[in-house]
Ligand binder design. Structure first.
Ligand code: ATP
Ligand code: MG
Length: 418
C-alpha cells in the first residue's frame, strides 16, 4: 500500500523549488542589508520553552503543539514558531552579555496541529527577525520597514500594514478590567473558547473568529484608549518613524496579543487576495519574554512571515518568482565515441558554471531529444562523428527551432552570452 504525505504537509518538487530558492536568497540578502545575522535552532525543544515562551493560554499551546516523550522520558515539542527558540539560543549562548542589540533572523519549519486548508498547514515555514535588547521605537520601525521592503521586493501589491499598541504591565490591567466589565453581562453568549479566555486572556476574545462573538464585542473598550503616558508616547514615536520611512499604515485597535510579555507594538501585514488566511506577516514587541524564558530583563521586538502564504500571494500578484533551474544545454550524442565526447563536453560546461545535461539511460537520439524537451532545455547540441572530426557544433534553440554553428571552443562563451 502506498504511503501518503502526512495530512497538512506539502512536498516541494524540483519543478517548483526555484521559487523557494528565490525567496530564500532574497530573504538572506535583505537581512544582511539591514544588519541581521542568521540563527539556526533545533527542530525540537523542551516543551517547557513553548509553555512559557508562547503562553499557556494561547491556541498554540492549548491545542496545536506536536508534543511527545522521547526515549529518555523528556517532553519534547516540535517548534510551533521561531521566536522562543531564538530567545532560548540568545540566552544559552550568553549573547546577552555582549554589546546590544542582537539582531537575528531565521528561516525555519514550524509545526502546528491545525485544520489544514489553503494557507494553513501542519508543517509550514517562516522567515522571521528579532531584535533583542533595544527598547527604542526605532527598532520597531526598523523591523516593520524590513517587512514592508521585503514584501515590496517580492512584488506584493494591495497589502495593508495594521499597527496597534497593546500597552504594558502598567496600563493593561486597567484595560483588562474594563474589558471584563464590558463582557461580563454577555458572558453566557460567548463561544466556549472565549468563555475560557474570559479570566485568563480576555483580550483574545476581540480576536475570536466566530461572527457571533465579533458582534458581541463590536463596542468593546479598546486598549488604545487606556495607554499610559509611556506607551502612548512610544506609539506616537513609532508612527513618526514610519512616516519618516514613507511607510503607509492603518491604526487598527483590534490587533491583540493578549499575553503578559507582549508590550506596546503589535502589527500585521494583511491582504484579502489569498482568502481567509490573509495575514502574511505578524509581529510585535515582547519586553518580558526574554526574562520569562529565563534570561535577563531585556526587551525584544520581531516578526514572523509565512513562506507558503507569501508564495501564494506572489503567485496572485504575478510577481517575478525566480529563474527556473532547467538545463541551459542538453548534449545529445550518436555512437560510442560521441558518448565519451559528450560526457567530457557536459562536464566542461558544468565546470564553467553552465547548467548542462545529457542522457544516462542509453536512449536513441530521438529519445534523447524528447528528454531534452521534457526537461525544458534551452539549447541542445548533437555530437556525432562529424562534430568530433571538425569541432563544429550545431546549437539548436529548442523553443524557437532555430540553429547556429558554433566552434566547440566557443560553446561556453556562446551559451553565456545568451
Ligand atoms: P493565524 O491567525 O493565521 O492563525 P497566527 O497568529 O497563528 O496566524 P503567527 O503565529 O503570528 O500566526 O505566525 C506568523 C505567520 O506565519 C502568519 O502570519 C502566517 O503567515 C504564518 N502561519 C501561521 N500559521 C500557519 C499555518 N498553519 N500554515 C501556514 N502558515 C502559517
Ligand atoms: Mg494560528
Amino acid at each position: 500500500m502506498a504511503i501518503n504525505a502526512p495530512k497538512g504537509t506539502k512536498d516541494v518538487m524540483p519543478k517548483d523549488a526555484y521559487k523557494w530558492h528565490y525567496i530564500e536568497s532574497e530573504w538572506r540578502k535583505i537581512c544582511a542589508e539591514y544588519g541581521f545575522g542568521e540563527v539556526r535552532t533545533p527542530v525540537f525543544e523542551a516543551t517547557e520553552l513553548f509553555n512559557r515562551g508562547v503562553g499557556e493560554t494561547t491556541d498554540i499551546v492549548q491545542k496545536e503543539m506536536y508534543t511527545f516523550k522521547d526515549l529518555g522520558g523528556r517532553s519534547i515539542t516540535l517548534k510551533p514558531e521561531g521566536t522562543s527558540p531564538a530567545v532560548r539560543a540568545f540566552i544559552d549562548s550568553k549573547q546577552f552579555a555582549e554589546i546590544q542589540p542582537t539582531k537575528v533572523y531565521y528561516d525555519t519549519g514550524c509545526y502546528r496541529y491545525e485544520k489544514p486548508q489553503e494557507g494553513r498547514l501542519r508543517e509550514f515555514h517562516q522567515f522571521g527577525i528579532e531584535n533583542f535588547g533595544a527598547s527604542n521605537m526605532l527598532a520597531d520601525a526598523e523591523i516593520i520597514d524590513l517587512g514592508a521592503e521585503f514584501l515590496r521586493r517580492m512584488g506584493i501589491t494591495d497589502i495593508e500594514l495594521h499597527i496597534n499598541s497593546v500597552g504594558c504591565r502598567k496600563c493593561r490591567p486597567l484595560y483588562r478590567k474594563a474589558l471584563q466589565d464590558f463582557l461580563r453581562p454577555k458572558y453566557d453568549c460567548l463561544c466556549d473558547t472565549c468563555k475560557s479566555r474570559f479570566t485568563t486572556n480576555p483580550m483574545r476574545i476581540l480576536d475570536c473568529k466566530s461572527q457571533e462573538d465579533q458582534d458581541l464585542v463590536k463596542d468593546a473598550p479598546l486598549m488604545i484608549d487606556y495607554l499610559c503616558d509611556e506607551c502612548r508616547t512610544a506609539f506616537e514615536a513609532l508612527q513618526k518613524h514610519l512616516d519618516a520611512l514613507g511607510i503607509d499604515y492603518i491604526v487598527d485597535p483590534r490587533i491583540v496579543r493578549g499575553l503578559d510579555y507582549y508590550t506596546k507594538t503589535a502589527f500585521e501585514f494583511v491582504t484579502t487576495k489569498i482568502g481567509a488566511q490573509g495575514t502574511v506577516c505578524g509581529g510585535g514587541r515582547y519586553d518580558h519574554l526574554i526574562e520569562e524564558v529565563g534570561g535577563p530583563d531585556m526587551p525584544g521586538v520581531g516578526f514572523g512571515l509565512g513562506k507558503e502564504r507569501l508564495l501564494l500571494l506572489m503567485d496572485k500578484c504575478g510577481s517575478f518568482m525566480g529563474t527556473k533551474e532547467n538545463p541551459q544545454v542538453f548534449v545529445a550524442f550518436v555512437g560510442d565515441a560521441a558518448q565519451e565526447y559528450a560526457l567530457a563536453l557536459t562536464k566542461e560546461l558544468r565546470t564553467a558554471g553552465v547548467r548542462a545535461e545529457m542522457d544516462t539511460q542509453g536512449r536513441k537520439l530521438k529519445g534523447q531529444l524528447k528528454l531534452a524537451n521534457s526537461l525544458d532545455a534551452v539549447y541542445s547540441v548533437v555530437i556525432g562523428d562529424d562534430e568530433i572530426a571538425n569541432g563544429e557544433l550545431t546549437v539548436r534553440n529548442m523553443a524557437e527551432s532555430t540553429q547556429e554553428k558554433v566552434q566547440r571552443g566557443s560553446l561556453i562563451e556562446y551559451i553565456r552570452s545568451k
